[in-house]
Ligand binder design. Structure first.
Ligand SMILES: [Zn+2]
Length: 132
């Protein structure tokens, strides 16, 4: 991705984040040539306790359709709204559970979060602008 495409995408992500009421979040965008995305197109890493996140796009990002790019951006940004729930489960429940119980519980929790996030992205993404 050249600098012009990257800057254009940063502006687009900011626009979508604002529309998703994440105006007070700082979203740092990266393109990662090496990260294993395990079939995903992007991944978001909210920073614990902060309204900040790293949004990492796969190296094939520009090959995706505008609709897939929009859905993926919305999906990753919706995760920011649920970051606090993940922090509570990850940081507080582990203190009171055995590792094996925690692994089972947290695996189910993460799967349910993905269903919820993707359902919300399915509903909301078509209402938002496409990337140019
Ligand atoms: Zn997700």
């Amino acid at each position: 991705m050249n600098k012009s495409d990257f800057n254009r995408f940063c502006s687009y992500v900011r626009q979508i984040a604002d529309l998703l009421h994440l105006k007070d979040w700082r979203i740092r965008i990266e393109v990662d040539e090496a990260e294993d995305f395990d079939g995903f197109m992007a991944v978001v890493h909210p920073i614990e306790g902060r309204k900040r996140a790293r949004l990492i796009l796969c190296k094939e990002w520009l090959e995706l359709s505008p609709e897939d790019q929009r859905h993926s951006i919305v999906h990753e940004l919706v995760h920011c709204h649920l970051a606090g729930a993940g922090d509570i489960v990850r940081l507080d429940l582990l203190k009171n559970m055995s590792q094996s119980s925690y692994d089972i519980f947290y695996g189910g929790f993460k799967r349910q979060i993905e269903y919820a996030v993707d359902g919300l992205a399915d509903a909301v993404a078509p209402l938002l602008p496409l990337p140019r």
